[in-house]
Design a protein around this ligand. Structure first.
Ligand SMILES: *Cc1c(COP(=O)(O)O)cnc(C)c1O
Length: 229
């Protein structure tokens, strides 16, 4: 079941990429396993999926400790400073950095752990007050401020656009994030300006996100089915 879903999604990723003249290799599938048991992650791993996204640190740790160390974990939930050490220790990518305080905490702990951590800046493109993320116009300043933090690599941007019933509703938001990333790339703000990551698109709208330039798509329910409460 999970294997079939992964195959279907990979085919849809390839189709979306080809439709807009992109190489499917540019697009990485992050399987969002939040609230799913370790067994489900293991099943996906056996079908070749190696990158997973988690929102809840404590839940994630149970799975990370239990499963193959070769797996790659992306943190995609709201991060608090007092959890920054755990996040820096167990995750390869933190996708949800949206303020300097959290960047500084991650940098300090990464330094203590003698590692560098890849991060994305979460942007609140829809300016929704209940959502995390830096506002588009404050993104440049935030990235500038992380420059002295040598244990962090700012790899790109991430967004969760306002909820829309139709996949097409997300398109303008994805386009806005892409535009912002182009401007910031032109100013040379990312760790590698030749390879800037854009994390956007979920089960309902990942094909639209790919058409608008996503390099990371975060897909949960379309792989694992509905989440238990
Ligand atoms: C839950 C979640 C996803 C996956 O959502 P689905 O609709 O299940 O694909 C992606 N990104 C974030 C930040 C999430 O919290």
């Amino acid at each position: 079941m999970i294997c079939d879903n992964l195959k279907t999604i990979q085919t849809r990723i390839n189709d979306a990429a080809e439709r807009c003249g992109r190489s499917p290799e540019e697009i990485q599938l992050v399987a969002v396993s939040k609230r799913m048991p370790a067994e489900a992650v293991e099943e996906a791993r056996q079908c070749g999926q190696l990158t997973f996204g988690e929102n809840y640190l404590q839940d994630a740790l149970i799975k990370i400790r239990q499963l193959e160390p070769t797996l790659q974990w992306h943190f995609i939930g709201h991060l608090q400073s007092n959890k920054a050490r755990t996040a820096a220790e167990f995750f390869q990518v933190i996708q949800t950095v949206d303020r300097l305080k959290i960047a500084r905490a991650l940098d300090r702990h990464a330094g203590d752990l003698d590692k560098t951590v890849d991060i994305l800046i979460q942007v609140n493109v829809g300016r929704e007050p209940q959502k995390s993320g830096v506002l588009p116009e404050d993104t440049e300043k935030l990235i500038e401020a992380t420059r002295p933090l040598t244990n962090l690599n700012v790899r790109g941007l991430m967004t969760m656009p306002p909820y829309g019933r139709e996949p097409e509703a997300s398109r303008p938001w994805f386009r806005e994030l892409k535009q912002l990333s182009v401007e910031l790339t032109d100013r040379g703000l990312f760790a590698d300006n030749n390879k800037v990551e854009l994390s956007m698109g979920m089960s309902g709208d990942f094909m639209v996100a790919i058409e608008e330039g996503a390099t990371l798509v975060r897909v949960g329910t379309a792989i694992f089915g509905p989440r238990p409460n």
